[in-house]
Write a protein that binds this ligand. Structure first.
Ligand code: NAD
Length: 498
């Protein structure tokens, strides 16, 4: 059985805590590895390595730091196929989708290659007589990232790419459910020329997370995962005086206006609703057709598409989606479908009894489609994170804008319409962090920022893009007077530049 330890001080090390967790291959249901769960002492060991290595890395000029990122891009490009295969085996998503997971991470590394430009400060000559004023961005020191199971390549790269480019040392605590890819990414960073100790991976569960949150040498923590844990990490981390940003769960709506191209809307809904088995924080889980006629047409067109979704093992190249992450999660998602039926929603397509031939122990589930879901139902209020789409019928446009705006989550939202005026009004008014117009999964590109509102995001800076540089650096401002401009005599009033 493959054993996965930690990556500390530039190399793989065995776990010492005596505690491990099973890593499953969701397409067959087998346990394929054991991952070590770090103790507080092991986290501390990683922090000490990081702390010792960080000053020299911060003093390495930004062009040289960027060169490591460029080299990493070359190495990852050579290894995309094998990384995607490993990712698909541990996570369950299909190979093409696993390649997308890697690619969206790579794009943030590409962004981080611009660090010499991104970290430039500001300068004002002659802010007063013979006085120059300048500000500079400096790294924080040792920082950490805690990441979820659903993007085991992309989200670790979103976190460590900008942080390391800024001159910090990084402690990554990836999901214990699919740790293989993050461990390989750390090895590739070392092969690319990153000094030992600058990127460490500690595998683990709550014990490792708490050790990170309580460690006085860790200055900032970036978290992505479910909302209850996001809130916990934010509260505990900030109580220790750390800079913390936490991105949580979602319930993303797609509004379908009466003038929308219905075929495009249906294509978008099946792709964004069921892709990756619905295990994406930007998956569409609620369709909101406006008006009865739109709703009837939409549901009628959706039913055969959901019934004919192609579900397959992760290694299949033509499956629409693969298995869910664990048996426990599969049971939870099925439980939500049972609940929806009890709550009175109309289950138009029932995928609960789907069995994958030849893979009977895998964690598969067929697509489910609910109609006539109402905002008081738990299947509407809570994140399901599976292949389940709920149709909530809105009487008019204003009711459609209100639904996502009043929902406790505010990650992504989308509107399908040909009316530019309605689209513009929607983008301006809706209380959600990321908006798509005729675009179902509006994940911003690497050079913009990503972040949800309300209980989908805690903290005030987004991830990647310019906010990531702000998050992983602090600004120092220097006021310098040159001796030739200094008048004799003490001045006891507050300095002004009059
Ligand atoms: P999770 O909250 O279970 O786990 C996230 C991380 O927290 C993991 O590293 C895990 O080990 C750790 N963790 C779990 N329980 C903990 C506890 N009790 N105390 C301390 N740490 C704990 O999330 P998940 O199931 O891995 O990922 C799915 C969730 O992530 C979904 O809710 C999804 O919407 C969300 N997500 C959000 C975004 C976003 O950007 N908003 C992106 C991807 C995923």
């Amino acid at each position: 059985m493959r054993e996965i330890g930690h990556f500390i001080g530039g190399k793989q090390v065995k776990g010492k805590s005596g505690r491990t967790a099973d890593v499953y291959q969701p397409m067959t249901g087998e346990v394929i590895a054991k991952v070590a769960l770090a103790s507080k002492q092991e986290v501390r060991e990683a922090v000490e390595n990081a702390k010792a290595a960080q000053p020299a890395w911060a003093a390495t000029n930004p062009q040289r730091r960027a060169r490591v990122m460029f080299k990493f891009l070359e190495l990852i490009a050579k290894e995309t196929d094998s990384l995607a295969e490993l990712l698909a085996r541990e996570h369950g998503k299909t190979i093409p989708d696993a390649k997308g997971d890697i690619q969206r991470g790579v794009e943030v590394i590409e962004f981080s290659c611009g660090i010499p430009h991104l970290m430039k400060g500001e300068f004002t000559e002659s802010a007063g007589t013979n006085i120059d004023l300048y500000s500079m961005r400096q790294p924080l020191g040792v920082v950490a990232g805690i990441t979820p199971f659903n993007f085991p390549a992309m989200i670790p790269m979103w976190k460590f790419g900008p942080a390391i480019a800024c001159g910090n040392a990084f402690i990554l605590k990836p999901s214990e459910r699919d740790p293989g890819v993050p461990m390989r990414l750390a090895e590739l960073m070392i092969e690319a020329g990153l000094p030992a100790g600058i990127l460490n991976v500690v595998n683990g569960d709550k014990e490792a997370v708490d050790a990170i949150l309580d460690d006085p040498d860790i200055k900032a923590v970036g978290f992505v995962g479910s909302t209850p844990i996001a809130e916990y990490v934010y509260t505990r981390g900030t109580a220790h005086g750390k800079r913390v940003q936490c991105f949580g769960g979602a319930k993303n709506h797609m509004i379908v206006m009466p003038d929308a191209d219905m075929d495009q809307a249906v294509d978008a809904l099946v792709g964004a609703g069921y892709g990756a088995a619905g295990e994406r924080c930007m998956a569409i889980s609620v369709a909101v057709p406006v008006g009865k006629k739109t709703a009837d047409t939409l549901v009628e067109k959706l039913i055969p598409r959901v019934e004919s979704l192609k579900i397959g093992p992760s290694t299949s190249n033509d499956a629409d989606y693969g298995p869910l992450i664990t048996k426990q999660h599969l049971e939870k998602v099925k439980g939500y479908v049972d609940l929806g039926v009890k709550e009175g929603a109309k289950l138009k397509v029932d995928g609960r009894n789907f069995k994958m031939q030849g893979y009977e122990n895998g964690f598969y589930m067929g697509g489910c489609l609910f109609d006539e879901v109402t905002p008081n139902m738990r299947i509407y209020k809570e994140e399901i994170f599976g292949p389940v789409l709920s149709v909530v019928r809105a009487r008019d446009y204003s009711e459609a804008v209100d639904l996502p705006s009043k929902h406790e989550f505010g990650n992504g939202v989308s509107i399908f319409t040909k009316d530019g005026d309605a689209a513009r009004d929607f983008a301006s008014k809706v209380e959600v962090g990321m908006v798509g117009i005729n675009f179902a999964i509006p994940v911003p590109l690497a050079y913009h920022t990503f972040g949800g509102w309300k209980r989908s995001g805690f903290g005030d800076l987004n991830q990647h893009g310019p906010d990531s540089i702000r998050f992983y650096t602090r600004t120092k401002t220097v006021t310098a007077r040159w001796p030739s401009g200094t008048k004799a005599g003490a001045d006891f009033s507050i300095p002004t530049m009059k």
